[in-house]
Ligand binder design. Structure first.
Ligand SMILES: [Fe+2]
Ligand SMILES: [Fe+2]
Length: 290
């Protein structure tokens, strides 16, 4: 650990990271415009969600690379559960990707091959920066998960019931494990400057590349060149209540040198989803999620 690295922020004992091995109900029979019947918004989530298989595999590799240097037993257990959760997320979103491929959105799998190759190269050549980038992207996933629970009417309710449990389950687990990569980073490096560089790159990649990735999808749906598409779609991403902008205060906290993910105590936000999973009704009572 470097001299400047802050001490581990311990989770309260009732905070668990629980891998939940699920298979969801979405299929070829699910509506094509599954998010509010809106092709732009659906394709945004299609573009984002299908980044998860290569992205989350990258997160796991980045963290596991440093596992041998971790002495803390609790953090070792957290790494195991984090890796299991991300592995299952990756598989579930890959299932969704298969459906999109069959529906003719062939650009996504093609792009993922290059993304996966690039991320593997980054893991190999720049393991510390890979871990910092993982920490930064985990801040984004935690922020998106937080706002999904805080503003369900904006971000969860419009999803079709085949997809709503997927979103809620993934959000729950992102909150549960949001500090794992951060804690590993503190133990092995802790450079704040590298984290700042990583969050800047993560911001550009996520808020820019996801939209670029939507272009072939919108073209396929024949709405790419329609003014209405962008006039109504862009505010959903970047407007006052946009998915990338609504939690700007939370985003900025990452730049604070003393920041730790559990300074934002949002573990309990996922309580309803956690309960529904425990009762075995998460997939069948999607309407009760918000
Ligand atoms: Fe995940
Ligand atoms: Fe994650």
């Amino acid at each position: 650990m470097t001299a400047t690295a802050p001490a581990l922020v311990k989770l309260p004992v009732d905070h668990d990271i629980i891998p939940r091995d699920l298979h969801f109900n979405f299929s070829d029979a699910s509506p094509r415009a599954w998010y509010g019947g809106d092709s732009f918004k659906t394709n945004f989530f299609n573009a984002l969600f299908t980044l998860f298989p290569p992205g989350e595999d990258f997160f796991v590799r980045s963290v596991l690379y440093y596992r041998g240097q971790i002495k803390d037993e609790k953090l070792q257990r957290d790494i195991t559960n984090f890796s299991c959760q991300e592995g299952i997320h990756s598989r579930c979103h890959a299932d969704h990707l298969d459906i999109l491929e069959k529906q003719g959105y062939t650009s996504l799998k093609r792009e993922n091959k290059y993304i996966d190759a690039g991320l593997r190269y980054l893991n190999k050549r720049m393991p510390k920066f890979s871990l910092a980038l993982t920490v930064a992207l985990e801040h984004f996933t935690a922020m998106l998960s937080h706002q999904l629970f805080i503003y369900p009417e904006l971000f969860l309710d419009p999803a079709h019931e085949d997809f709503r449990p997927l979103m809620a389950w993934h959000a729950l687990e992102e909150l549960e494990h949001k500090a794992v990569a951060f804690d590993v980073y503190q133990q092995v490096d802790g450079s704040h400057a590298r984290l700042v560089l990583a969050i800047m790159l993560a911001t550009i990649s996520l808020t820019g590349f996801t939209v670029v990735r939507m272009v072939p999808l919108l073209f396929k749906d024949k709405i790419l060149f329609k003014w209405k598409t962008w006039k109504e779609g862009l505010p959903f991403l970047y407007g006052k209540h946009g998915i990338f902008t609504i939690s700007w205060r939370q985003y900025l906290r990452f730049y604070d040198p003393d920041f730790h993910p559990w300074h934002i105590q949002d573990y309990k936000l996922g309580e309803k989803v956690r309960d529904m999973y425990s009762q075995g009704i998460l997939l069948t009572h999607a309407r009760d999620l918000s």
